[in-house]
Design a protein around this ligand. Structure first.
Ligand SMILES: Cc1cc2nc3c(=O)[nH]c(=O)nc-3n(C[C@H](O)[C@H](O)[C@H](O)COP(=O)(O)O)c2cc1C
Length: 375
């Protein structure tokens, strides 16, 4: 089947994309131990610059929101300088890149923040465990795992500080040469923790009613659009996701309310993770796309288990404006070309998903190179 729909140009807010194939944000742990982006990251993103749009890996806006080994941040001048190297490489290769701005809230292990308690809307720990920092002298491939800690309920001052950090992160992203920012409101991180009923039990103006649970996101959006024009701001959400003990009593109503909010601010796009195929998350019983679309008239990027055929079908049917691909971009730097020519895809080695330097990161060959190597 032809995948023509993926290759139609698209205007996302005020940014023109040459195709509708978006590189989904992918945490890869190749910053340094001080969370400063490294030149190898520029190489990796430049290899993938023919995506219509690259959304960067999640990038922490505040030290208290950073809880993953060697992820990048964007709160200091050193980090901005590191990112300038990356965005410069992408632009030289003809690409476009947004910065995904991120605060992990209760998903931060105390190990990453000097033993402090992580912050969250309510003092409810996430389910499960996560990667702890690498112990000194340990050079094994795999990171140790630890259970999540019980967070401290954020005070008004904590909330104000976090909101300001998103604004500063957006301003820094602009200084670092990004084409725009994507607010990470998905996957059980801080904004999602405020949005969903399972993790937000607050009794003040940030909890209870849907309007109150949206208040933190509304303040974050306002802080971000004060720094970056709304036509260059996107929002990623996962209203149906129940990973990490997350759940909402009514994901459809939540999606519609988020759509109304984003419409009010005129953001460039909503990036919806609504798994279509099994694999990354369970398929929701009750998809929320229609509720979102009813309220929001801008572009929707759909994500979650797509291949080229399904993605093209979604765009052709009007169920999405663009499709983002995560895992397929890891092992296929030339994914756009492979989709165009109908070439087979290489498989990811997940041992190197979050650790390693060049290996399993920048050393995946393009199709023609791989064919040559195979003789
Ligand atoms: C290694 C890895 C890292 C990821 N890092 C992020 C991230 O930093 N931010 C984010 O919003 N999603 C992240 N995700 C989720 C992906 O963006 C995407 O939603 C998921 O892989 C499903 O899309 P796919 O089926 O095309 O892979 C990550 C997924 C993987 C596999």
């Amino acid at each position: 089947m032809s995948h023509d729909a993926l290759f139609q140009p698209l205007t996302l807010g005020t940014l023109a994309l040459p195709n509708r194939i978006v590189m989904a944000p992918l945490t890869r742990g190749r910053a340094d131990e001080a969370n400063v982006p490294q030149p190898v990251m520029g190489e990796y993103y430049a290899q993938r610059a023919d995506a219509g749009l690259i959304v960067s890996e999640a990038t922490a806006v505040h030290p208290l929101g950073m809880g993953w080994y060697r992820v990048p941040g964007i709160w200091s001048d050193e980090m901005v300088a590191g990112w300038q190297g990356v965005t410069g490489r992408v632009h030289d290769a003809g690409g476009r890149i947004f910065c995904q701005i991120w605060h992990m809230g209760r998903l931060v292990l105390p190990d990453y923040i000097g033993g402090q308690q992580p912050v969250a809307p309510s003092a409810i720990a996430s389910e499960g465990e996560t990667f702890a920092p690498r112990p000194a002298g340990d050079d094994s491939l795999f990171l140790p795992m630890k259970p999540y800690a019980v967070p401290r309920e954020m005070t008004q001052a904590d909330i104000d500080e976090a909101v300001a950090a998103y604004g500063r992160g957006a301003a820094n992203a602009r200084r670092a040469g990004f084409d725009g920012v994507e607010i990470h409101g998905a996957n059980g991180y801080l904004i999602d923790q405020f949005l969903k009923t399972s993790s937000n039990h607050r009794a003040d103006g940030y909890g209870g009613s849907l309007e109150n649970r949206l208040r933190f996101l509304r303040e974050v959006i306002a802080a971000v659009v004060a720094e970056v024009e709304p036509g260059r701001v996107g929002l990623r959400i996962s209203p149906t996701s129940e990973r990490k003990g997350m759940a909402d009593a009514d994901p459809g109503a939540l999606a519609e309310a988020i759509g109304t909010l984003v419409q009010e601010y005129g953001l460039a796009y909503v990036h919806l993770i609504e798994p279509i195929a099994a694999g990354f998350m369970d398929v929701p019983d009750n998809p929320v796309m229609d509720r979102l679309r009813g309220a929001y008239k801008g572009a929707v990027i759909q994500n979650g288990g797509f291949d080229a055929e399904k993605g093209a079908q979604f765009i052709a049917n009007g169920d999405a404006d663009a499709i983002s691909f995560g895992r397929p971009f890891m092992a296929n730097p030339d994914l756009v070309d492979r989709f165009r020519k109908g070439l087979p895809l290489a498989e990811v080695n997940f041992d190197y998903a979050y650790v390693g330097e060049e290996k399993g990161y920048t050393d995946y060959p393009a199709y023609a190179e791989a064919a040559e190597q195979a003789g």
